[in-house]
Design a protein around this ligand. Sequence first.
Ligand SMILES: Cc1cc2nc3c(=O)[nH]c(=O)nc-3n(C[C@H](O)[C@H](O)[C@H](O)COP(=O)(O)O)c2cc1C
Length: 212
Amino acid sequence: MPDPFEKIRNLTAEKDFAKATDPFALFGKWFEDAKKIEMEYPEAMCLATVDESGMPDARMVLLKGFDERGFVFYTNMESAKGEELKANPKAALNFWWRDLHRQVRIRGLVERVSDAEADAYFASRPRGSRIGAWASRQSRELESRFALEKAVAKYTAKFNVGEIPRPEYWTGNRVIPLQMEFWHERPFRLHERLVFLRPSPDAPWTRKLLYP
Ligand SMILES: Cc1cc2nc3c(=O)[nH]c(=O)nc-3n(C[C@H](O)[C@H](O)[C@H](O)COP(=O)(O)O)c2cc1C
């Protein structure tokens, strides 16, 4: 009889959880593990927001920076997510690292990164992506694919070989966590869960284990 849990039987988070007092340090360790093992997009995360009626909305984005201040992604602030965050600057993030059998869940407050930080990241992007940020009216109705291609051609001609400035509406958001949960898969759904909580960004973290 093949063992359905062969791949995860000997993996455990017990050591990581026993000594963890700083959720940013534990995230850093797990993210490094993910970068070594996950085939593609270890930095992909599901971003959840709510609209003004309280209806949840979720989509994938890429983590472009993280430190003790929080988790940064970039987007068009005139998109659905951008409008939702303007009305309610709170979000949840979810990372699932399939091959590690790990999940990290984050909930927190959202603030925009500084213009200098956004400018530096925008400037590091490939030229095509910078033109794309000008050409795409993200999340609004597109009359045809051709309309998008025309917009790309227009901005390619406009910027020619010169510098491409960052559109004002395109920037980074930092999720400042108030809650971070680390989840590690174990056989028979007896998963390990460790959650860190703080009532505000300047308060100290408390931690507790959770039933799976
Ligand atoms: C793996 C992956 C990574 C993505 N990364 C981003 C990103 O970093 N920023 C972004 O605006 N959209 C990203 N997208 C596209 C979004 O999922 C989404 O389609 C888009 O931002 C519009 O979402 P909205 O209408 O809810 O605003 C990504 C999609 C996938 C599948």
